[in-house]
Design a protein around this ligand. Structure first.
Ligand code: ZN
Length: 133
């Protein structure tokens, strides 16, 4: 098992940040030929997901449609004023898994790994664990 942690600075309140290159680098440095790569973010208002990275409009659509689905200004109990960000984080989840084949991250052709910021801008932590199978 190999662990690596890196930080991501986000620039907007809601932003999908493509972190594929940094995860792929962690996988290549792990020395695991065949296995799995788990990506985890230790946050309650940011998550991680795998989706299309080829066309940046997809990430923009996810940002804008989740903003419509869970508006910031709504009737929430949580006094911090960021319940929408907590709910969007529930929707994308705090982790994802991808296969490692031949020592490399084996995503689908159109896939990328995104840190999903919902309460930025902030500095977020990403943890990558690579294990052999
Ligand atoms: Zn909160």
């Amino acid at each position: 098992m190999s662990w690596l942690t890196f930080q991501v600075k986000t620039a907007r309140r809601a932003q999908l940040v493509d972190i594929t290159a940094r995860v792929a680098e962690a996988v290549e440095n792990a020395g695991v030929i065949d296995g799995t790569c788990h990506v985890f973010v230790p946050h309650t208002t940011a998550g991680v997901t795998i989706n299309e990275g080829a066309d940046p409009d997809v990430a923009a659509d996810i940002e804008s449609h989740l903003r419509e689905l869970v508006p910031k200004e709504a009737a929430f109990e949580h006094a911090e004023g960021n319940s929408d960000a907590h709910i969007k984080t529930v929707l994308v989840g705090p982790s994802c898994m991808a296969p490692v084949r031949g020592g490399k991250l084996a995503l689908g052709t159109w896939q990328a790994i995104f840190l999903c910021e919902w309460d930025g801008p902030r500095t977020r932590q990403v943890e990558v664990a690579v294990s052999a199978v």
